[in-house]
Design a protein around this ligand. Sequence first.
Ligand SMILES: NC(=O)c1ccc[n+]([C@@H]2O[C@H](COP(=O)([O-])OP(=O)(O)OC[C@H]3O[C@@H](n4cnc5c(N)ncnc54)[C@H](O)[C@@H]3O)[C@@H](O)[C@H]2O)c1
Length: 330
Amino acid sequence: MRIAVIGLAGVGRIHVEKVNSMKETELTSVCDIIPEIAIKTGEKFGVKAYKSAEEMLDKGKPEGVILATPPKSHYPITKMSAERGIHVLAEKPMASNVEDCQRMIQVCKENGVTLMVGHKKRFVPVLVRMKKLIDGEFGQIQYMIHRYPHPWLSDKDWFWREDDGGGPILENAVHATDILGFLMGDIERVSAEGGTFFAPHRKPQIDCAVYTLKFRSGAIATVGAGMVSMPAFNFEDFYMANENGVAEISGQFDSVENLRYSFRSKPDEINEEKYPDADAFANEIRHFMECSETGKKPVASGEAGMKAVAICRAVKKSAESGKPVYIQNN
Ligand SMILES: NC(=O)c1ccc[n+]([C@@H]2O[C@H](COP(=O)([O-])OP(=O)(O)OC[C@H]3O[C@@H](n4cnc5c(N)ncnc54)[C@H](O)[C@@H]3O)[C@@H](O)[C@H]2O)c1
């Protein structure tokens, strides 16, 4: 599949390298509004570079496009792509707000193109394994504690702007929100507390939150997220339980690989599994390609991406108001 990448400074570099190195994909062109970045990347990979997304979509004729630009730009670029019949893989968060997410879903539907969101955790092998256990012998999770402390502060202005990245709770904790949705289903109610303790120069944006989630199934979860940690304390974990047993997933931040679980019926047995070297970005791109070619609905669909944005916005609203927020139409 012929794929172009838009936005080349940060995660876009990873996408460019993956698309270029995978045998199933061909990197057709690259784009960044900063001409030097576009030219340098184009030269490095031997493809045409553009500074305008519109021009690239018209001239580069990709079949699919990866949006690795800040969230505020995801809707306008998705619209331009969909109207040209080009499939879209938009990085997370899907957009800055739910309304843009809705527009993205609509325009892709109208034009019959695939819309997928870069919720890479859905492609991390240990989390995929846990989802299989949940759908199988382990059963639905009833209780979850998820620690997701980002180990450094972002210095990107768009990241902290409320109408763009929305700060760490939208930009980063959207991963935590989405993966809990993947593992545990739809969320009914959010109660949060937040603060600005680590990036006071970014006030009034909050840089961290602790929140509880009540799921439609009745399950409960608590999450600790935000830009709170340090590189020396680089970790992430999930502790889960239900009437059948207990499970734990752990590892480095954004690269969990260890699974331990035990059944209450066999209290002396602990099962330990390890899933190292997960290439979630490559798995994600392969899935995007498969969905674009077959019309299959992506595991990380536009609807899932929109739910994650709605929950993150609810976390921020609850932290601001001190009141629980009920999620509509989830
Ligand atoms: N999946 C992940 O693990 C992961 C990791 C990091 C970032 N992201 C997401 O990727 C997106 C980008 O984040 P980043 O950290 O790479 O940002 P960044 O600021 O490092 O890079 C974004 C690039 O996009 C370019 N750009 C902005 N608007 C553009 C436009 N309209 N047309 C063309 N180029 C444009 C900028 O010039 C910049 O070079 C965000 O949505 C972010 O949340 C995802």
